[in-house]
Write a protein that binds this ligand. Structure first.
Ligand code: GUN
Ligand code: ZN
Length: 445
């Protein structure tokens, strides 16, 4: 059945950094028209499309869902997150390297059990959808079963997801280690089984330089050479102790990024999480190789890693997406990430305006993942993954947004104060995948 959604539409067609107000479209009383395939067929103002709607309604079954007073936005794109860490989000402790040993590795060791992986993946997907995140770039664990479990669950929910098996062959407990050889063969088998199936894609996922031997990093590079359209997903320059460790482990490398560069891991489908403590040469090399950074504001504050310099990355022309980095990040909500991103830029005397912030969390994220021909905006032919935001989700939000004078103020308040309660509904390929208030069923006409 064709579904037509009426409400305020907000979506980006380019980056506000370059195009300012011309980068977004705001249709206060709009229609989003979704075909049976789950793809967007038409987008426009209600008054322009109402005639066509009435005409078509006589010919075929069309369901009209009325979300007037709410804002329809493309679903959030999370460019860096760990599904196995769902159960250890908000773990008390010190910084990255100690946190990995104390909390992360023991939890990840449980994912040799496929059924356990399925149960956590279900919980993880539920949280993503509750928070309006419809696509993510996801770390599994070292166990191939963890990725089997995740892809199976994502496939059942018809989600567009990218994930991969962690490659790590040193500096961690035996229960979460592979070898250069087994990591190659297991990753390859997963690519052959899952990459390009339905809405799923594969990311070659060496954890980070300290937990891979040079031989393993070269195996990762070999996989990228053999399968040019898979992704590369890893961590880069997050914590100062990590930096010093990388320098001691790879004395022949010029800097942290060079370790990955020497293994052939840079490119337009390579996403590096964090990138906080980068030198100019690293920035230049990221830009020239068209590699991507996933900025993870919540995690950077929670783990005390440092302040990401968005302006500097923009000046270098590096593509940036936003990641929650759960469980290093302490929230699944893109609103929390955007609120933290704003504060991180404030501490460096830079500004992150709400349009740019929402761009980064939607179309910017889709561009970061080279998926902007499929998701991240409302254009005919794109996949209808979207959210319904309620600016009056709570009494206090209703009060506060009533005091906003324009769209920019309202969006900034939502970015700063919003949480999962703002997500009234999440749609995947035009089908309802989450509804906050089960009593509220929007009435058609
Ligand atoms: N660096 C290596 N592994 C991890 C991880 O699991 N989380 C974060 N935030 N950084 C890492
Ligand atoms: Zn991470």
């Amino acid at each position: 059945m064709i579904q037509v959604f009426r409400g305020s539409l907000l979506f980006f067609t380019s980056d506000p950094l370059q195009d300012g107000d011309a980068a977004y479209q705001w249709i206060e009383d709009g229609l989003l028209w979704v075909g049976e395939s789950g793809l967007i067929e038409r987008v426009g103002a209600y008054e322009q499309l109402a005639g066509l709607l009435i005409e078509q309604q006589t010919e075929q079954q069309i369901q009209l869902l009325d979300y007037r007073g709410k804002i329809l936005l493309p679903g959030f794109v999370d460019c860096h997150i760990h599904y196995p860490q769902t159960e250890m989000i908000a773990a008390y402790g010190t910084q990255l390297l100690d946190w990995l040993q104390t909390h992360t590795f023991p939890v990840e060791s449980r994912f040799s059990d496929y059924d356990y992986g399925v149960s956590i993946a279900e919980r993880f997907v539920t949280e993503l959808l509750r928070n309006g995140t419809t696509t993510a770039l996801v770390f599994g664990t070292v166990h191939p079963q963890s990725v089997e479990a995740f892809f199976s669950v994502a496939q059942q929910h018809r989600l567009r997801m990218i994930a991969g098996k962690v490659m790590m062959d040193r500096h961690a407990p035996e229960s979460v280690l592979d070898t250069a050889e087994t990591s190659y063969h297991e990753s390859k088998a997963l690519i052959e089984k899952w990459h390009g199936v339905d809405r799923l894609s594969y990311a070659v996922t060496p954890r980070f330089a300290p937990t891979s031997t040079p031989a393993q990093l070269h195996m990762a590079g070999r996989l990228l050479a053999e399968f040019p359209d898979v992704y590369l997903h890893t961590h880069l320059s997050e914590n100062v102790d990590e930096l010093a460790w990388v320098q001691s482990l790879f004395p022949d490398s010029e800097h942290y990024l060079d370790v990955y560069d020497q293994a052939g891991l840079l490119g337009s489908r390579s996403i590096f999480a964090h990138g906080i403590h980068l030198c100019d040469d690293e920035c230049q090399r990221l830009a020239s190789s068209d590699s991507v950074l996933a900025h993870c504001p919540s995690s950077n504050l929670f783990l005390g890693s440092g302040l990401f310099n968005l302006k500097k990355m923009d000046d270098y022309g590096i593509r940036v997406g936003i990641g929650s980095d759960v469980g290093g990040g302490s929230s699944f909500s893109a609103f929390d990430s955007l609120a933290d991103a704003y504060k991180i830029q404030q501490l460096q005397h830079h500004n992150l305006d709400p349009f740019r912030a929402l761009y980064l969390a939607t179309l910017g994220g889709a561009k970061a993942l080279s998926l902007d021909n499929k998701i991240g905006s409302f254009q005919p032919g794109m996949e209808a993954d979207f959210i319904v935001m309620d600016p009056q989700a709570t009494d206090f939000l209703a009060f506060r947004t009533a005091h906003c004078h324009n769209l920019k103020e309202t969006l900034f308040v939502l970015n700063t104060l919003g949480d999962d309660r703002v997500i009234a509904a999440t749609y995947i390929l035009g089908q309802l995948a989450h509804q906050r208030d089960s009593h509220h069923v929007p009435q058609g006409e």
